[in-house]
Write a new protein. Structure first.
Length: 181
């Protein structure tokens, strides 16, 4: 199933998911979706479905993270912008025409959060972006989830712009990016 794993540090390994890993990826996304909904943030429930995850596995680089051989997280990387970014949103990035690696579906099992796993996965995203020769790592996050916004800012990501999701009660989302050296 999961392709060759590489060690990231702290007993964390990451490997590329295959179609056979759909249920594993979905279990992590669903667990985080439920956890977020308990905090009043139900945007993942509206967007991430088993079908959406299958689509991501088929068209993007979806990775699974393991700690001591236990599945603990996932992240999706793609050199194409997410399908819901409109031109006016793309134009808010520092250099909209520059190459980027777009991060989506970063999820760590709720009982494994706070152990540095998400930090390692974001470092992995930065590393993969450098390998691909892209100039920026980009993503969006819900502005109301201030702990997550601060998590990204501590790792060198900056707010490049904002967008409002009309399908999500006009919630404000921040467009985040980091320029790579």
């Amino acid at each position: 199933m999961t392709e060759n794993r590489v060690e990231l540090g702290g007993n964390l390994e990451v490997g590329r998911a295959s179609r056979g890993d759909l249920e594993s990826v979905w279990a992590i996304i669903k667990s985080d979706s439920d956890w977020l909904a308990e905090k009043g943030l139900d945007h993942w429930r509206k967007y991430y479905t088993r079908e959406k995850i299958a689509q991501k596995i088929g068209g993007s680089e979806v990775y699974l993270a393991y700690q001591n051989n236990d599945l603990v997280g996932t992240v999706t990387l793609d050199t194409n912008p997410v399908e819901y970014y409109r031109p006016e949103e793309m134009n808010q990035f520092t250099d909209p025409d520059a190459s980027g690696l777009y991060v989506t579906a970063l999820a760590v099992l709720p009982d494994k959060q706070g152990q540095g796993i998400a930090s390692e996965l974001m470092e992995f995203a930065d590393s993969e972006a450098k390998k691909k020769g892209v100039k920026y790592v980009r993503f969006d996050c819900r502005a109301a989830y201030t702990d997550l916004v601060n998590f990204y800012k501590k790792r060198g990501y900056k707010v490049a712009g904002e967008t409002v999701d009309e399908e999500d009660n006009n919630e404000l989302y921040l467009l985040m990016e980091k320029a790579l050296q």
